[in-house]
Design a protein around this ligand. Sequence first.
Ligand code: PMP
Length: 428
Amino acid sequence: VETNAQLIARREQAVPRGVASAAPIYAKYAENAELWDVDGNRYIDFVGGIGVLNTGHRHPKVIAAAKAQEDQYTHTSFQVVPYAPYIELAEKLNALAPGDAPKKTLLVTTGAEAVENAVKIARAATGRPGVIAFTGGYHGRTLLTLGMTGKISPYKKDVGPFPSDIFRAPFPSPRDGITVEDAITGLKNLFLTDAQPERVAAIIIEPVLGEGGYTPVPFEMMHQLREICDQHGIMLIADEVQAGFGRTGKWFAIEHSGVTPDLITVAKSMAGGYPLAGVIGRADVMDAMIPGGLGGTYGGNPVACAAALAAIEAIEEEGLLQRSLDMGEHLKARFAEIGARSAPFRMWDIRGLGAMVAVEFVTDFDTATPDGDFTKRVIAHALKRGLLLLSCGMQGNAVRVMVPLTASDEIIEEGLGIFEAAVAAAVA
Ligand code: PMP
């Protein structure tokens, strides 16, 4: 049996350093919101494989569905011999997505691929090239999506040039003093300076900024984006890769605002731990590309589709949307207590939507200077004490919660206890 130390040494020789790992441990076994490493240490998992496990590690229904599918066929390529689970999942997603218009769904494998395809579809549907994304947005690491991802280090460092006709508008950020009005003015200025609106195919936005810091888009902003898109014939794409499937207490985070997007990108928690992603959209828009224009060898893998159908059923049967709303309220209240007690004037902001919650650390309340080093120490102390955490934010100074919605109150409380101890240790 290999130890963490042995695997760390082997990895250094075998895997490029560009693939960084947040925790210097190696997984052995995981169940619901707990994970054990190869040295036998137990961790409470507040990360869920980066927001993939809203239904927890190895949800029994998900595993049973995947195993049953494995006994029939695991791959035929939907473009050669199609299969029912793809259709069934597409129907389910079309029904879940907001808006009254008929919908269609394309399935692919990764979030970045979903975003790439949403852009292709929007371009084909509008006959226009331009794409507008936002400061701090994260849409993936492929070259087109990197052009849209709004953060240089580490993602974009040294790998340009990026595709043309991608523009950036300001994200409304209380931390940076950017109001909704400022953000909309920035977008309108962009139309005057760089992005001719009749040449813009899509505006893409995360309804809750994910990697960029778990900042919800104010509903008013979302409504204004919808209006601007309608006015200029631009497609509104909601990137729900991280916020979707119950994380915020709705199937899709944009539903909180009441705005209907033209296209939605999905991945992560849709399939409960299997690689699957998709684009859901208005049927007329989705049909813009000619036959053969969409797809990929593995797109909509049948085992992943079966897992997704089971994960969606688990979210429905176990009331996980309501669970997310309740958990979010509880987390926010507990974080406020912990901040006041164990890190006075360090925990500057507690924010989020449903259980998509983050806490932001600063050097002090007077200057509110982001403190990425403090955040790193909190995460390291938490790991030592048996809690997996991940940062987010442009300055890496926020800790985000992506704990399975299936986690028990006891496990959440145990995790919060470790979090408090880690914060106290980071202050000391
Ligand atoms: N969009 C958003 C909002 C994301 O959070 C992510 C992944 N963190 C992606 C796209 C890219 O997904 P993937 O890593 O599966 O390519």
